[in-house]
Design a binder for this molecule. Structure first.
Ligand code: NDP
Length: 452
């Protein structure tokens, strides 16, 4: 292993104050985010909401209708009142997730060392919560007690409620950070309120045994995404009297991704979401609304648009999905194994190579760390993101459609991971200083080998 010990000082999310670019970065997701989600879902369902003379099933038509007559547009779609049925569905679902998270057992997991020097403990029960929640809801559907397609029928009201929940949670997170933070030494603030509200001040807000970040991402976000996919399956069945092979493939591929996330939840505690991002609107609203409704766009589209895949489309999609998923898994495992064994492991059958780097926590104590430079981590600094992008694109292929909304998940992942790579590298440079620059000289490309 090459050696370089360079202290990077403290690190974490930006603490720069106001600037036009910070203002733009904050304003766009805060103002445009809810409308983008709404537009995408409208584009999937517009023709079934009694306004097919206004919109057809395309984003461009939705945008054109908005530009042509904003008042008519809002009048057609904004729910004038939240239906009681939607309120019952949302309340029951959130209570179920909360109770299961608090009562189901799980082994202990540990996050990365925070800038203030904490190593937090987590209860890793995501898989149990996922399974029991699905068992209860799918079981009740099978028994005819509830109907999953009611969620699609109440889409406008439920989306409005999800937005309210996401915004209220973000406001709560902001107030909590100033008034009763769980680990105040890890708070970060720019003094520019919109940015602090967006990117969060508190790192790991907790309410008693409940970790708000893990609950919002890993319970509300990931489990609702899966359940919403099942709601769209039932809706397709009710609409067309059949479940298409494209729907089966789309939902099955996403289910693999979601279940695997829970099987490896212990690993997830050491990723950027938990180990770097603070808890603000980006995560609170992002996982309560964006993650659930944008990631399920493909199934949402299929619930209203019947497509059938030819055998060769199934084969191409499966090959692409399987190959990209294996790379995604292997690259993440290589890094985790390398860190867990302190570099004493084999990668691709050879002893792993890497770089020793150094960082300093807020208390002034210097710590050593290691960066892998072989395996997929020698191909590009974020080849795991590349693999994830390709897998997400294969979900669009699985829909058998050429329509942009069917690729909503893939388009989202492309930009999300591109942006994430920039954020992550800024943080790593702040953490490891010249050690990170040396690493970038060894592994030259960020995501796409030979290009970027
Ligand atoms: P990474 O797994 O790439 O983790 C980045 C962190 O790993 C860095 O901050 C650094 O942390 C450490 N690191 C960077 N380079 C090296 C190296 N060469 N050797 C060892 N450690 C290194 O990113 P994420 O946590 O963002 O993502 C994990 C996976 O989750 C990815 O595959 C991604 O595609 C996926 N993902 C999926 C999302 C979704 O919504 N579906 C959203 C986000 C991610 P440090 O040194 O401080 O420990």
């Amino acid at each position: 292993m090459g050696g370089l010990g360079t202290s990077g000082g403290t690190w974490g999310r930006s603490t720069n104050g106001w600037s036009p670019s910070v203002w733009l970065q904050s304003a766009f997701p805060l103002l445009a985010g809810p409308f983008l989600v709404w537009f995408l879902q409208l584009a999937c369902h517009a023709q079934y909401q009694g306004v097919h003379n206004v919109f057809d099933s395309s984003i461009s038509a939705v945008v054109q209708a908005f530009v042509a007559d904003p008042r008519r547009f809002f009048a057609a779609f904004l729910p004038r009142e939240i239906s009681a049925a939607a309120l019952r569905i949302v309340a029951a679902w959130y209570v179920l997730l909360l109770v299961l998270t608090l009562v189901l057992p799980g082994k202990k997991g540990y996050g990365l060392k925070t800038p203030a020097g904490y190593t937090l403990e987590y209860r890793v029960n995501g898989l149990a919560v996922f399974l029991v929640a699905h068992l209860i809801v799918l079981g009740a559907t099978y028994a005819g007690i509830i109907s999953l397609s009611a969620v699609v029928d109440e889409l406008n009201s439920i989306l409005a409620l999800a937005n309210m929940f996401g915004v209220l949670l973000s406001v709560f997170a902001y107030i909590k950070a100033w008034t009763f933070p769980s680990y105040p030494e890890d708070n970060k603030t720019t003094g520019f309120v919109p940015y602090d509200y967006l990117m969060g001040i508190e790192f790991n807000p907790r309410l008693g045994p409940l970790d708000l970040k893990l609950f919002t991402i890993g319970r509300v976000g990931m489990i609702s995404w899966s359940m919403l996919n099942f709601c769209f399956v039932q809706k397709q069945y009710e609409t067309f009297g059949q479940i298409s092979n494209s729907m089966v493939l789309t939902v099955a591929l996403q289910l693999v991704y979601i279940v695997d996330f829970f099987v490896r939840e212990d690993w997830y505690l050491r990723t950027v979401d938990i180990g770097h991002d603070h808890f603000g609107y980006y995560l609170a609203w992002g996982c309560s609304v964006w993650l659930i409704w944008i990631y399920s766009a493909s199934a949402s589209y299929l619930s209203r648009n019947l497509t059938h895949l030819a055998w060769y489309q199934i084969v191409v999609t499966l090959v692409l999905a399987a190959f990209s998923y294996l790379v995604f898994l292997q690259s993440n495992q290589q890094k985790d194994l390398y860190r867990q064994t302190n570099g004493k492991c084999n990668v691709w059958g050879k002893p792993a190579s890497g770089l020793r780097v150094r960082y300093t926590t807020k208390d002034g104590v210097a710590h050593d760390s290691i960066l892998l430079t072989s395996g997929w981590w020698g191909v590009a600094r974020h080849f795991n993101y590349f693999a994830d992008m390709i897998f997400s694109f294969s979900i669009g292929l699985a829909t058998g459609s050429t329509h942009a909304v069917a690729y909503g998940y893939g388009i989202n992942m492309f930009f999300l991971l591109l942006h994430r790579s920039v954020r992550d590298e800024g943080r790593c440079r702040a953490k490891y200083g010249s050690g990170w620059d040396k690493y970038c000289q060894i592994v030259k490309y960020r995501i796409f080998p030979g290009i970027y």
